[in-house]
Ligand binder design. Structure first.
Ligand code: NAD
Ligand code: UDP
Length: 315
């Protein structure tokens, strides 16, 4: 199967990017995966290496890229706090210079371009759940700002290229997403808890564990991303994508423990700085304009993710 559509996925060797590449290749698209392998791994796209419709290129999107493509999914950017805070200047450059380079490319070759933005643009929100109209509450000089403000500036650039240069844009704001191929050491809560539970280690709860998040299984997110990319030209976003089922971090730990079993105990560690207290997407727009809402329950998604990590740990 071949659609003749050439699709660029930046960050394609990362967690979400690798699932997207697989879905695009399966749909018959010709996929160019661009990645600097900061957090991504060739192993994530192992099933695609050698496929005639798949190509992988080592490239950092802070540098210009000249390729001929019809659609661009801009996902390149470390997403876990420990990775994006490792080299914060590079994180801002990836979001800002990267967006300028990819928007410049989209403008030159008249490609449609989708930005993987984030719920972090809402910061530590005072409005709950978060609708797209909410402008957010971000500390511009805090340790999370390299990511939050970088992504906010990228959104600004997307909307200015749209208004000023008529570039066909799509912006989605992704809420916490999990699934197979999360990096086992990237410090995100779902991967941490599963790996700790599988190894009978203590489950590390930051703060009192009362802060909330809403977790979306990766397959659901990919469905939404593809629907958004294929939507009418006047639907530019931003559109929230996430699972509205909200739970506290303690509840997540208890759910993971009940699914894995084992002897782990909960231990409490200091809360990282600027850690948002609550987060839940209002997905009314995604429902009404795309007919999209998550289908995979937390228990099913966690069970699939646990299977993945169990295989990784045993290998
Ligand atoms: P990830 O870290 O697994 O993937 C990011 C990929 O981008 C990696 O393969 C990394 O090597 C690559 N990359 C980083 N900087 C780059 C650069 N300068 N040039 C080229 N490649 C670069 O993270 P993920 O969870 O798959 O996130 C993908 C995208 O989705 C990110 O833009 C992230 O901000 C966004 N997002 C993710 C979540 C989530 O919960 N997973 C939530 C909100 C937004
Ligand atoms: N968290 C935790 N233990 C861990 C890792 C994370 O309690 O081992 C907490 C973290 O403080 C935050 C929530 O889980 O409140 C989600 O953290 P993650 O890094 O996954 O994502 P983000 O904070 O960006 O939503």
């Amino acid at each position: 199967m071949k659609t003749d559509d050439r699709v660029l996925v930046t960050g394609g060797a990362g967690f979400i990017g690798s699932h997207l590449c697989e879905r695009l290749v399966a749909a018959g698209d010709e996929v160019l995966c661009v990645d600097n392998f900061f957090t991504g791994r060739r192993a994530n796209v192992a099933s695609l290496l050698g496929h005639p419709n798949f190509e992988i290129m080592r490239h950092d999107i802070t540098c210009p890229l000249f390729v001929e493509v019809d659609r661009i999914f801009n996902l390149a950017c470390p997403a876990s706090p420990i990775h994006y805070q490792f080299d914060p200047v590079q994180t801002t450059k990836t979001s800002v210079h990267g967006a300028i380079n990819m928007l410049g490319l989209a403008k030159r070759v008249r490609a449609k371009i989708l930005q993987a933005s984030t719920s972090e643009v809402y910061g530590d929100p005072e409005v709950h759940p978060q609708p797209e109209e909410y402008w957010g509450r971000v500390n511009p000089i805090g340790v999370r700002a390299c990511y939050d403000e970088g992504k906010r500036c990228a959104e600004t650039l997307f909307f200015d290229y749209y208004r000023q240069h008529n570039v066909a844009i799509k912006v989605i704001r992704i809420f916490n997403t999990y699934g197979p191929r999360m990096h086992p050491n990237d410090g995100r809560v779902v991967s941490n808890f599963i790996v700790q539970a599988l190894q009978n280690q203590d489950i590390t709860i930051y703060g009192r564990g009362e802060q909330t998040r809403s977790f979306c299984y990766v397959d659901d997110l990919i469905d939404g991303m593809l629907k958004m990319m294929d939507s009418d030209a006047d639907l530019v976003g931003p559109i929230n994508m996430g699972n509205p089922r909200e739970l506290s971090i303690i509840q997540l730990a208890e759910t993971v423990l009940s699914l894995v079993g084992g002897r782990s105990k909960l231990v409490f560690k200091p809360l990282p700085k600027d850690d948002p207290k609550q987060r839940q997407p209002d997905i009314s727009k995604a429902k009404s304009s795309l007919g999209w809402e998550p289908q995979v329950s937390l228990e099913d998604g966690l069970a699939r993710t646990i299977d993945y990590f169990r295989r990784q740990i045993c290998e």
